[in-house]
Design a protein around this ligand. Structure first.
Ligand code: ADP
Length: 248
């Protein structure tokens, strides 16, 4: 057995943190947390703590990276040195470069990039504390930050992960489950259209388990989508009501 691995990850239908297989970790999303970014959001999902900041659309520099007909979406996923147990060496590595790329591809379909030729939209995702599922929680926060920046969008994008632990299909894996489980499937969805914009998989599922995992993921996405909308309402509803002269 691997060092530190508990004998069982699910006991009497309960996971290490007491959740049932179909439960999300405690979730909190706040929109507009940074004064100097055009849009921002903060998410906590279990022990994950993640900030997303958006700048733009603004003129792309260096100019040779400009696209004459569309805006460029630039995403940077970065883990703080103190975000994981052993200090993480600062700066980009293969993993963060791959994650930045798949996050960009997950967010691009909701944006109208042709509205801003030669511009750039910068999305920074800073992982302050990591406990598995950071790419999907990062996507969830980034789409709230894009909306907070006032950038027109077709939909939000909502991410979650589903997987398999001790032979059971589970929603929203935490670190121990990601590390010792049999499968991890991060997924991002445009929730209104139910269009998948990211699907990755580590490990293996039977076709039936895959269907179960997809089903669980969509249930989790519904809940997370509600929290995203609530975060935006919380920030914007009071000022909208003020404009209309309504009481707060
Ligand atoms: P995700 O966070 O999207 O699930 P991974 O599956 O690659 O991405 O990573 C799972 C978890 O493993 C991370 O959330 C983090 O807790 C941990 N982890 C990732 N990279 C490192 C690292 N360089 N050092 C220590 N822990 C890491």
């Amino acid at each position: 057995m691997e060092a530190g691995k508990p004998e069982k990850l699910i006991v009497n239908g309960r996971r290490l943190d007491g959740r049932r297989p179909d439960e999300l970790r405690p979730l909190r999303i706040k929109a507009g947390v940074l004064k100097r970014a055009d849009g921002s959001a903060y998410i906590e999902l279990g022990k994950n703590k993640i900030l997303a900041a958006v700048y733009g659309p603004k003129e792309m520099h260096p100019r040779h990276l400009q696209q004459s007909d569309v805006a460029v979406l630039r995403c940077r996923y970065n883990m703080a040195p103190f975000s994981v147990e052993e200090r993480k060496r600062p700066g980009p590595d293969r993993r963060s470069m791959e994650i930045s790329k798949v996050i960009r591809e997950a967010l691009e379909p909701v944006l109208f990039l042709h509205l801003y030729p030669r511009a750039v939209i910068d999305v920074f995702i800073e992982i302050l504390q990591a406990d598995a599922g950071t790419r999907t929680a990062g996507i969830t926060a980034a789409s709230v930050a894009l909306a907070d920046a006032g950038i027109p969008m077709r939909d939000l994008v909502t991410g979650v992960s589903a997987g398999k632990v001790d032979g059971t299909v589970v929603l929203d894996l935490m670190k121990e489950e990601d590390q010792w489980g049999e499968a991890d499937m991060p997924i991002a969805v445009m929730p209104r259209k139910k269009r998948i914009t990211l699907l990755q998989m580590d490990g293996n599922f039977t076709p039936e388990e895959f269907r179960q995992a997809l089903d669980l993921a969509f249930k989790g996405i519904d809940l997370i989508y509600e929290a995203q909308k609530e975060a935006l309402r919380e920030k914007y509803l009071p000022s909208l009501q003020e404009e209309k002269g309504e009481e707060k």
